[in-house]
Ligand binder design. Structure first.
Ligand code: EPS
Length: 397
């Protein structure tokens, strides 16, 4: 089992990710994780916070001389902004708070954020106790955990990329053939999109939204190549890979929808327009010597991988902190108020694509370990190779 937990508040001293289940002998360097963290920090439309942070991990455990040892991997990411928030976020009580409480309390709760529901549920006076953890800053730690998963997947021949396909009402045109290195192409764009014409229009929309104090959502597509047929299972609800991927993706802050392959569009079409016809493809071992003429299913049938590329689309709502605040109440008085307007981003959809890659990698690493097992990378690889050798001898041979 490959699992992880994160801890940390947005303006606290640090974030922590603990990953458990990575086999021993996996080559792993801090630079590989830091590369993914830097990718998440990019994107036109981010606020000033991203100029303050330069996210980097420190391994606290589980890695020795550039290799995992099979033990839990703890990673620490310090918040550079902490020095500006020490008095506000100090874990210890402070004498100066006695009279009025902590400074920068949030009681004008933001529509669309966890603020209001969180203060009611957790019985807090200050919505900062909620928003600090609900902040998308937490996704830094997820990307660190996902970086470990993607290093493991890379060793097994699996590659994950993503690109932005919609932002703030503008659709990007998908290229006729996808670039061989999807992330190299997407990361070269300030919005991680493969359509330069749409990119210019999206940038104009971001600038307009910024000057109006508004925010924008969008959609990213995640593509995974190299998966073998048969990850996940059809036999029980909680082993179906589409369900597991869906849950992981929908747990990303502000994500409201996920489509697999053709997604919602399949509901509007006939069966003949939706299902992928099958033909023999000798030598294509990872799919079992067969191929689909199309890949409308997005690489998933019956809750299992088909071996065709896995294709997911992920929809993110606009960020709920608006500089032109929406109407709300002040939870201290019950009076009508304008929502708190903390410094924020106009959009974080390009970053969401990187986070969706990370969550996808975590679910797939778990599914690989579930099917092939092994305490060391050598053992895991041997088990995968044996399965592939068996598949090569099946259909048509
Ligand atoms: C966020 C608000 C902003 C974002 C933050 C998420 O932070 P701040 O309130 O410090 O300006 O920049 O995202 C990150 C810090 C990050 O690393 O992605 C929020 O309220 O969700």
């Amino acid at each position: 089992m490959f699992r992880f937990v994160t801890a940390g508040e947005s303006h606290g001293p640090a974030l922590v990710a603990i990953v458990e289940g990575a086999p021993a002998g996996l080559p792993l360097l801090a630079e590989q994780v830091n590369h993914q963290l830097a990718r998440r920090q990019q994107g036109y439309g981010r606020g000033r916070r991203m100029q303050i942070e330069q996210d980097q991990i420190e391994f606290l455990s589980g890695v020795r001389a550039g290799e995992t040892i099979g033990a839990p991997i703890a990673m620490l990411i310090r918040n550079r902004d902490w020095k500006n928030w020490e008095a506000i976020m100090d874990p210890a009580p402070r004498a100066e708070d006695q009279a009025e409480g902590r400074k920068r309390q949030v009681t004008r709760v933001r529509p669309g954020h966890a603020d209001l529901t969180g203060v009611l549920k957790y019985d807090r006076e200050d919505a900062r106790d909620i928003l600090e953890r609900a902040s998308a800053r937490e996704t830094t730690a997820r990307v660190a955990a996902g970086a470990v998963a993607r290093c493991l997947l890379a060793e097994l021949g699996v590659r994950i990329g993503s690109h932005l396909v919609h932002l703030g009402g503008v659709d990007a045109v998908r290229p006729a053939t996808m670039p061989t290195d999807l992330n190299a192409a997407a990361d070269a764009s300030p919005l991680r999109t493969l359509d330069p014409k749409a990119e210019a229009e999206m940038i104009a929309r971001i600038d307009a939204a910024k000057s109006e104090g508004n925010t924008l959502g969008g959609i990213c597509e995640v593509v995974v190549d190299g998966l073998p047929v048969g990850l996940g299972s059809h036999v029980s609800w909680d082993r179906k890979l589409d369900g597991r991927l869906g849950a992981a993706i929908l747990s990303i802050p502000a994500v409201k929808g996920v489509e697999m392959g053709m997604g919602f569009e399949a509901a509007r079409r006939t069966g003949a327009e939706v299902h992928d016809e099958i033909e023999m493809a000798p030598g294509q071992t990872r799919t079992g010597n067969v191929r689909r003429r199309t890949n409308r299913a997005g690489g998933l049938e019956g809750g299992m991988t088909t071996g065709e590329p896995l294709v997911l689309r992920v929809a993110m709502k606009p960020i709920s902190t608006l500089m032109r605040p929406l109407g709300t109440i002040d939870t201290k008085t019950g009076a009508a108020a304008e929502a708190a307007a903390e410094r924020s981003d106009v959009t974080a959809v390009p970053a969401m694509g990187v986070i969706a890659e990370a969550m996808t990698a975590i679910v797939l690493a778990d599914a690989m370990l579930e099917k092939f097992g092994g305490d060391s990378l050598t053992e895991l690889r041997r088990n995968l190779d044996a399965y592939l050798a068996h598949l090569a001898k099946r259909l048509g041979n």
